[in-house]
Design a protein around this ligand. Structure first.
Ligand code: FAD
Length: 373
């Protein structure tokens, strides 16, 4: 039973946001920037965010060539361009909001390693650059000289070609979320952790949000930003979870790999981190069925596959040891588009990022906020 004081001061808000991943935090940031005096509460079930936003690889990316070519075949040129544009705009907005010092952002560039060169590939890269000029005004991708493969130390009998991307960058995921949380707290947004939302009800005059099966909070408007965990509330949505597994090596002497790398249509990705270490993740395509899960654990199958690719393709001449492994959960829709929509007059959804949330997350937060302003 709540006290008079608790009822007065703790449970009533203008806006409640469920989920403190990058989308929930960006939604709150858009709202508080516009309405500095509104009462805003973020409810997060974890001690810190427990989905993808603190588990990701920190690639500030918008798609590599084979992935974007696949997108064109699957969703068409216009939809591909729209997504790339939103990712790029999101990244720019994030960099403006927090500054690169606070996210550790560096425009390192990236390379896609091509293992099997697709037919007419050079021509397709030219076409892709032509399309992307609408967003970047310059060529994004370039086929690099073949000696680069040796310079990075990759197995050149497997790596047939490298395609560079000058616009991609990397950041420090931990710094990004820590500083986004601090940014909001400084502006007076309240964040409560260990608060699982069990259900919510729109009474038209406002929304009631039940937390930990114990306390009902009230808000004029609510934003649900739980990404892959949205099916808990709306099982009819076509959102499928997709687990991502990652490993980090111990420091490696004379490591030549710097920047971001992708291969296999973006299903695998690696970068340098920490003290000359490699962060390597992916392999979901090895077991789509098994990886369509919200279980946040690693599996031997995927981690062994990552280790194998490290020793055969990426670090064929180095001895390495694994320092740690982890997993996080992404969310996918059939048309590759995030879902931003009202589900009743006072409740909005901002979910299903389809990966690349570091870049698109700020944009989706902004759109989510706009729907309940
Ligand atoms: C291993 C891995 C690597 C990745 N690498 C990259 C990368 O390099 N670059 C990139 O751009 N993207 C990457 N991504 C994707 C990116 O991290 C996501 O797209 C993005 O973080 C999604 O943000 P979000 O806020 O929508 O969801 P989330 O970060 O999942 O946040 C949702 C939050 O909702 C909370 N929640 C869920 N249910 C409830 C409830 N009932 N009550 C209260 N809280 C609840 C969860 O605990 C969670 O904190 C990666 C993802 C993974 C898993």
């Amino acid at each position: 039973m709540l006290s008079f004081w608790e009822k007065e001061s703790f449970v009533k808000y203008d806006y409640i946001i469920v989920g403190s991943g990058i989308v929930g935090l960006s939604t709150a940031a858009t709202l508080i920037e516009k309405f500095p005096h509104k009462k805003i509460l973020i409810l997060e079930r974890g001690i810190f965010p427990l989905g993808a936003s603190t588990k990701n690889a920190g690639f500030a990316c918008f798609g590599n060539p084979t992935e974007l070519l696949w997108d064109i075949d699957y969703v068409g040129e216009e939809a591909m361009l729209e997504l790339v544009n939103k990712r790029w705009q999101g990244l720019m907005a994030l960099r403006t909001r927090l500054s690169d010092k606070k996210t550790g952002f560096k425009q390192t560039g990236s390379h896609e390693i091509i293992l099997d060169i697709p037919d007419d590939f050079e021509n397709k890269i030219k076409q892709l650059n032509k399309l992307l000029k609408k967003v970047f005004e310059k060529d994004v991708f370039a086929i690099t000289k073949s000696h680069k493969i040796k310079e990075f130390g990759f197995n050149y009998s497997l790596a047939k070609m490298l395609v560079s991307n000058i616009f991609e960058g990397q950041l420090h995921t931990g710094m990004l979320i820590t500083n986004l949380l601090a940014y909001l707290q400084k502006k007076g947004v309240k964040i409560l952790n260990g608060c699982t939302v069990n259900q919510f009800k729109d009474f038209k005059s406002g929304v009631e949000v039940l937390v930990n099966n114990e306390i009902s909070f009230q808000a004029t408007k609510v934003a649900i930003c739980t990404n892959a965990f949205i099916n808990q509330f709306f099982s009819h949505l076509s959102v499928k979870p997709g687990r991502g597994q990652v490993l980090v090596t111990k420091p490696i002497k004379n490591l030549k790999i710097k920047g971001n790398f992708h291969f296999d249509e973006g299903f695998y990705y690696f970068r340098d981190v920490g003290k000359g270490q490699i962060l390597f993740g992916g392999g979901r395509n090895l077991d789509f069925e098994g990886e369509t899960t919200t279980e946040i654990n690693t599996t031997e199958k995927i981690i062994n596959n990552l280790k194998d690719k490290l020793s055969t393709l990426i670090l064929p001449t180095h001895n390495f040891e694994i320092e740690q492994t982890w997993a996080g959960i992404m969310a996918y829709t059939p048309n590759r588009k995030p879902i931003v929509e009202l589900c009743s007059s006072n409740i909005v959804l901002g979910v299903a990022l389809n990966g690349m949330g570091v870049a698109i997350g700020t944009n989706i937060g902004e759109q989510t906020a706009q729907l309940i302003i």
